[in-house]
Design a protein around this ligand. Structure first.
Ligand code: CP
Length: 318
């Protein structure tokens, strides 16, 4: 593996999942793989799980991990080519990226969409510029449009729990929120479920919250949440802002919060959420605190997803 930006960087999802599960059973088995290698984790916005799990994963592989809060401690970066830098930007990515490429063996980046201009966000300029100018493997810790480490974790979690011969019914349901949230987790979850092909995916959301079809093609779209939840084995809860009316929150959808009552029609569904979660806005306390909630398992599995990816990149680089 050269980079980890989306599911398209993965040759075989099932073997990557097996690799992660093997690390879960024996975290230190490849302690020598990353010896004398250094990984940089650049953050342009907050994180709990991604930051800690990726550091732990790197350390399990013997790597030195350095975290850099680029938004707070770094110079303000410019990304546009040929621009006259007489404004607030201090350093061009063309100058910063090769330096970081010299300091590190792998560079990880978490960025965030501004949700102002869809084309700008969906062009993923920061990730693409880092890939172009750093000269070393790049791992996405969540980009403007995708969250591949989270999605790999979600595949691992479903794979670990569902042992029946048939495909599980997986429902991605939109949930309310108090502010506009990117489409990254939902895009990425749909992309990975479709590419994996081992589940039947239904996506349910209010009218106006259609996701980009490049990620959802192959899934069933159902605007009646209760109908979508029928016979579900796994329910993934997530808010996202509008893709069509870009970055906007549409009114009157509070009733979409997931409750235990709504889940009665499911197949005793396990409930997933990437966290952080707004309790009693996105889903109720009673769901989150129930035995069917997988949120803690998902959070713990983030380590094994990151370790499998870093291991693949280290093996590819050797
Ligand atoms: N799920 C997730 O990426 O969590 P953090 O934002 O805390 O890293």
């Amino acid at each position: 593996m050269k980079n980890f930006i989306s599911v398209h960087d993965v040759a075989d999802i099932d073997s990557l999942v097996q690799k992660a599960i093997a690390y879960k059973a024996d975290p230190m088995k490849d302690k020598a793989l990353g010896e004398n290698k250094r990984i940089g984790l650049l953050f342009l916005n907050p994180s709990l799980r991604t930051r800690l799990s990726t550091q732990i994963a790197a350390q399990n592989l013997g790597m030195e991990a350095i975290v850099f809060n680029m938004d707070k401690d770094g110079w303000k970066l410019e990304f546009e080519d040929g621009v006259v830098m007489d404004g607030t930007s201090v350093e061009h990515i063309k100058d910063a990226a090769p330096i970081m490429g010299a300091y590190f063996d792998i560079l990880c980046i978490r960025t965030f969409p501004l949700l102002l201009n869809r084309e700008d966000d969906y062009n993923e300029v920061l990730v693409r510029q880092l890939m172009k100018y750093s000269g070393i493997p790049i791992v996405s810790l969540e980009s403007s449009t995708l969250h591949p480490l989270q999605s790999l974790t979600d595949v691992i979690t479903i794979s670990e729990l569902f042992k029946e011969k048939r495909k599980p019914k997986v429902v991605l349901t939109w949930a309310p929120h108090i502010k506009p949230i990117p489409q990254c987790v939902a895009n990425s979850f749909a992309q990975w479920m479709n590419a994996w092909g081992s589940v039947d995916l239904t996506i349910t959301h209010p009218e106006g919250y259609e996701l980009d079809s490049q990620f959802t093609d192959g899934a069933t779209i159902e605007h009646d949440q209760q109908k979508a939840l029928e016979d579900a084995d796994f329910v993934y809860v997530k808010n996202w802002s509008s893709f069509t009316d870009y970055g906007k929150m549409l009114p009157d959808n509070e009733k979409w919060m997931l409750t235990l009552d709504k889940l009665k029609v499911s197949n005793d569904a396990k409930v997933m959420h990437c966290l952080p979660v707004r309790r009693n806005v996105e889903l109720s306390d009673e769901v989150l605190d129930s035995a069917n909630s997988l949120v803690n398992l998902q959070g713990a599995n983030r380590v094994w997803a990151a370790q499998a990816v870093l291991s693949e990149i280290l093996n590819g680089a050797n």
